[in-house]
Write a protein that binds this ligand. Structure first.
Ligand code: NAP
Length: 302
């Protein structure tokens, strides 16, 4: 995307480490160009040892705000002046807005999950759901489910069960939600849990580029008719997890839905304007669908 950057341009961006594979610059830059706005979205590779200075520098340089991605989503909380209720309850910040020389933290991954699942709201309420993963994405998914979808029970399947137990305790203490059951990844229980769940979410990085052939789920149920499978992974747009589920008649939701929706909310926080998501999608969906794996380095989450 070629353009002249004027001196009065307003700067937003993303901090992560690594950052080179992020799709967020393309989404936000496309939106700014469609709207003819003098904003620029830059990707900053910030080493963890420089995180505090980078955040201070944002204020000094007059940067409007930034997205935050792996590995900084939790670490930034220590250096932020104010944290939104959602971000506090998830325990992670993915969007910072500089307001009156203060850093205000938000979690728009929650908006991303909530919006992506909106068409299925009635099917999820009072049902059992399964979430693979207990990292930042898993926390955002579980918090969104508890707060906005009210499932009867949430099974959290993770490789490291102690991490999942910590998450269970966190939501019991903070949300008084006591219906999380921890299951070990690839244990015998996995099949039963999937069988009883209406919604199954992959919030692990398994299946993400550059290993797109992998599926975190080992259980192999015959038919998934009536179930919804949602993958937070968006690169590739159609993951193995979704392809396998679709073959067995499940309804599938790609992580790209969450990506656009979290981006739109961050955009609104920084600019006070709505992102023209439909127009952005018209331009970018074909590019993302055709995205090829070009490296073995781990992709960033935004
Ligand atoms: P994270 O905090 O690093 O957590 C990674 C999770 O994946 C943990 O549960 C980890 O299990 C699990 N995992 C990693 N490698 C595994 C393996 N080989 N086998 C089994 N489990 C494995 O990362 P995150 O921020 O939650 O992100 C997870 C995924 O969500 C990423 O692909 C990211 O791109 C995606 N995401 C997408 C969006 C979006 O807008 N669509 C937003 C946020 C995140 P252990 O705890 O056992 O290590």
């Amino acid at each position: 995307m070629k353009r002249n950057i004027k001196s009065h341009v307003k700067l937003v961006g993303i901090i992560g480490h690594p950052i080179s594979h992020s799709w967020s610059p393309l989404i936000h830059e496309t939106a700014f160009r469609i709207m003819n706005q003098d904003y620029h979205y830059a990707a900053f590779d910030v080493h963890p040892k420089n995180l505090r200075d980078a955040l201070k520098g944002m204020i000094a340089l007059g940067i409007v705000g930034c997205n935050v991605t792996i590995p900084h989503k939790e670490a930034v909380m220590e250096f932020i002046d104010e944290i939104s209720a959602d971000a506090r309850l998830v325990g992670a910040v993915n969007t910072i807005h500089v307001e009156n020389d203060s850093l205000v933290g938000h979690n728009t991954d929650v908006d991303g999950v909530v919006e992506a699942l909106k068409p299925y709201r009635d099917q999820i309420a009072d049902q059992s759901v399964t979430v693979f993963g207990a990292g930042g994405g898993g926390r955002a998914a579980v918090y969104s489910l508890i707060s906005y979808y009210h499932p009867a029970q949430i099974f959290v399947i993770n490789r490291d069960t102690s991490r999942a137990e910590l998450m269970k305790k966190f939501f019991s203490d903070s949300q008084n939600y006591n219906n999380i059951k921890v299951v070990e990844l690839h244990s015998l229980d996995e099949g039963n849990v999937i069988e009883t769940s209406r919604l199954v979410i992959n919030a692990t990085s398994v299946g993400m580029s550059p290993s797109p052939g992998e599926n975190v789920m080992m259980a192999d149920p015959k038919d998934l008719d009536g179930k919804i499978f949602f993958d937070l992974v968006y690169n590739p747009v159609q993951t193995q997890f979704l392809k396998d589920a679709k073959k067995k008649n499940a309804t599938t939701v790609s992580g790209i839905e969450m990506l656009y929706n979290q981006a739109a909310k961050s955009f609104e926080i920084w600019t006070g304007m709505s992102m023209p998501v439909d127009k952005v999608r018209e331009k970018l969906d074909p590019k993302f669908a055709a995205a090829r794996v070009t490296t073995r380095r781990r992709a960033a989450v935004h």
